[in-house]
Design a protein around this ligand. Structure first.
Ligand code: HEC
Length: 154
């Protein structure tokens, strides 16, 4: 009686796949992998970055010993948070010599630039400040489900 068991587990696996596909729509959350910013916005952010951040975080966002890098191990540190958390961190504490001086739209542009530098995909809509950011989760790993063709089955 091994075959029916196998079929049953296949059915269960498929149900799980279906559930994973529909959940984001139902709970209205999205991931940073869905395209949370636009390229134009990231370009604006890059200009701002050169004015306000580059002297500490470096031209390649590599950090300078005191200021941490904003690429690489930086992203895993924020795994599982919402984009609103990092947004607040930037707006309330950076630039270190003048915290609280960034406007919401400059913060959003800078955030877009940082996402782009970390190879998250751009989308059709600008990243906007506000409650919407609480619904975008910071997933470090690209969800395998989204692109079945490149599924490497790690
Ligand atoms: C005077 C130097 C300085 C400048 C300018 C500066 N930072 Fe920072 N930044 C730091 C230091 C030091 C830290 C680590 C302490 C902390 O997290 O508050 C930091 C931390 C951060 C973090 C959190 C990093 C992590 O690993 O969690 C982010 C994001 C960040 N900065 C973004 C920016 C942005 C965007 C700008 C430009 C608007 C900026 N910083 C300008 C020195 C600076």
């Amino acid at each position: 009686m091994r075959k029916p068991l196998m079929i049953a587990s296949l059915v269960i696996a498929n149900l799980a796949v279906a559930a994973a596909w529909t959940t984001p729509a139902l709970s209205q959350t999205s991931s940073v992998w869905d395209g949370a910013y636009t390229d134009t916005q990231a370009e604006r952010g890059a200009i701002k970055y050169r004015q306000e951040c580059v002297m500490c975080h470096g031209p390649m966002l590599e950090g300078n010993g005191e200021a941490p890098p904003l690429v690489g191990r930086f992203i895993p540190d924020w795994e599982g948070t919402k984009l609103s958390d990092l947004f607040e961190k930037i707006q309330l504490t950076m630039p270190l010599f003048a915290p609280g001086t960034l406007s919401a739209s400059d913060t959003a542009d800078l955030f877009a630039f940082i996402l782009q530098a970390n190879n998250f995909p751009a989308g059709q809509k600008d990243l906007e400040s506000g409650d919407g950011l609480k619904r975008i989760s910071f997933d470090v790993r690209k969800p395998v489900m989204k692109e079945p063709k490149t599924d490497k089955r790690r």
